[in-house]
Design a protein around this ligand. Structure first.
Ligand code: SF4
Length: 200
């Protein structure tokens, strides 16, 4: 089918307008997040950091205004994720804040744990501990368990220097440096059951 010069210009003009309208439509949700103070990300201090959830290490931009968290989103300049984030990383905002259904404003997430807690054997209540108490209790238990279960040699007389009564299960949030330090600690204690959630 032939096309005149006028027809070609009309067609490309219509395509261009459709594209522009699509772009505007795509931006409309962003336009809707303005707050009473103006645009959502106006007057914020931006800091680039790393997603807290897994050792994938996706880059994020954290926006804060007056000490209050305003937004967390993928960093388009980061070489790992180029601005994209998985569903878990995209929910990081909720680690700190939630939106109040009634006011529509964000507030500190009341479910966020900020202190160590323990539920003792036979108890149904959780007890809040200080960090010092927590570290002391863990250290005492690790020492007791290791002392009681350490094997220098196995039943064939082979030197093994191990403690099979303690296991370590690291979460995906462990990064390289934390994983290295944890591995040194575990091997130093003679542990053999050392596991990690991520396979990266
Ligand atoms: S949890 Fe998701 S967004 Fe966060 S570092 Fe891992 S892959 Fe990236």
């Amino acid at each position: 089918m032939g096309m005149t010069r006028r027809g070609f210009l009309q067609l490309t003009g219509a395509a261009l307008m459709s594209s522009v309208m699509y772009e505007f439509a795509g931006q409309s949700p962003a336009l809707a997040v303005g707050t009473a103070q103006g645009w959502k990300l106006i007057d914020v201090k931006e800091t680039s950091t790393i997603c807290c959830y897994c050792s994938g290490g996706c880059g994020t931009i954290v926006s804060v205004r007056g000490g209050k968290l305003i937004n967390i989103e993928g960093d388009p300049d980061h070489p790992v994720n180029r601005g994209g984030m998985c569903s878990k990383g995209s929910s990081q905002f909720a680690v700190n804040s939630i939106y109040n259904d009634k006011t529509g404003e964000s507030e500190i997430n009341p479910n966020r744990l900020t202190k160590p807690m323990v539920r003792r054997a036979g108890k149904s209540e959780w007890e809040v501990l200080s960090w010092e108490q927590t570290i002391d209790e863990i250290a005492k238990r690790v020492k007791k368990t290791r002392d009681e279960n350490y094997e220098a040699k196995d039943d064939k007389g082979v030197t093994v220097n191990r403690c099979e009564a303690i296991a370590s299960f690291g979460a995906a949030a462990l990064d390289n440096e934390e994983g290295y330090a944890l591995q040194k600690l575990c091997r130093g204690l003679g542990m053999t059951y050392i596991e990690h959630q991520a396979r990266i």
